[in-house]
Design a protein around this ligand. Sequence first.
Ligand SMILES: Nc1ncnc2c1ncn2[C@@H]1O[C@H](COP(=O)(O)OP(=O)(O)O)[C@@H](O)[C@H]1O
Ligand SMILES: O=C(O)[C@@H](O)C(=O)COP(=O)(O)O
Length: 422
Amino acid sequence: MPILLGAIADDFTGATDLCSMLVRNGMRAVQLIGVPEAGLVLPDTDAVVIALKSRTAPVEEAVARSLAALDWLGRQGARQFLFKYCSTFDSTEKGNIGPVADALMDALGCDFTIACPAFPETGRTIFKGHLFVGDLLLSDTHMRHHPLTPMTDANLVRVLQRQTRRKVGLVPFDVVRQGPDAIRARFVHLRAEGCGYAITDAILDEDLRRLGAACSDATLITGGSGIAMGLPENFRRAGLLRATAAADALPSIRGPEAVLAGSCSAATLDQIEAFQEVRPALRLDPLRLADGFDPAEAVAWARARTGEGPVLIYASAPPEQVRAIQDRLGREQAGTLVETAMAAIARGLVEAGVRRLVVAGGETSGAVVEALGVKGLVIGPVIDPGVPATVSIGREPPLALALKSGNFGARDFFTKAFRVMP
Ligand SMILES: Nc1ncnc2c1ncn2[C@@H]1O[C@H](COP(=O)(O)OP(=O)(O)O)[C@@H](O)[C@H]1O
Ligand SMILES: O=C(O)[C@@H](O)C(=O)COP(=O)(O)O
């Protein structure tokens, strides 16, 4: 069966977030880890989201991987394409949102698309082109200290314009509120002005549903998971999507439990603090890793404790510590060092029998899932907005996984996740 929607996500937790949004809106979705090798048998699905680790990759690599994903999705019959990036528009000065979106538009022969990272359920709203997180402009939040993608400008028209040769315009709030026809009319106007992109204001879910309806004929849409909210309804209205029972059903996976955290985001730091109050936690020091600390020691520490419940291994640190470590090791080198250690620890834990794993951080999740040979994920019930329970496909034995975006989840996420994972 051809798929309806083909999506490319620039990190692994972002892909899971998008799948969760589609499933919650009645569309079956499967997440694949990278472009699959020939022969992978897909479960029956309406949407496929290819998870890449391209958010912070060199621009040429991010573009090449995204185009390969687009090509594969096109060959599965996708009628519409979505480029999913972070709801906080995480990007470096060089990209990769603009360059990847440009390349996808060129490949699809499409001259206009929207850019909408809004996700009101998690506090991400856009007003007059400015991205807010909760009550603050993006640039006033902890995102200005992100280890890899510090965001110091909340004006998305300006941020995207720095990353693309196409002109960037705005669909303002008063137009979005008038509904799909007014939004489409604004698209026509922006196109006539020579714009290739429109940042779209959105404050409530209903704004995202209006935008979704306005994009029913768009070949390519770009944004956060929020923009996907209205898309299943377009396919339903066109008679292409049938109601399916329990789009979020998962098999049960039993076994020892562990949490790995490489995210330094405020929400994760809070969740680590809460977990430490009830269960054992081990901190990995990147400077010790650089001096040759063997990840096997962390695995041995965990093995001795997993019998009684989940344990946590984390590298996460507050901004001033991260800065000091980056000054010593370099930003990318510090990130790679921690990710490589987390990947080795994940392998060691699974060899030691761990079957239920929570991972915090998009880049960290990418490193862990690749190291474990996971080829894809079936999406289950929501733990907290943007983070579903999942079960791996393409590896034996299957693992129960929750891949948490750094910024998502309530304070008790690390214990709650294991209660929701079947
Ligand atoms: N103590 C630390 N110092 C420097 N970098 C770190 C530290 N701990 C983790 N990192 C790196 O920071 C990055 C966090 O990114 P990510 O995993 O995507 O988290 P988030 O989802 O919060 O953005 C990773 O590359 C990780 O390896
Ligand atoms: O859109 C979002 O906020 C998430 O889906 C996402 O991409 C988060 O990325 P990380 O914070 O790097 O996990």
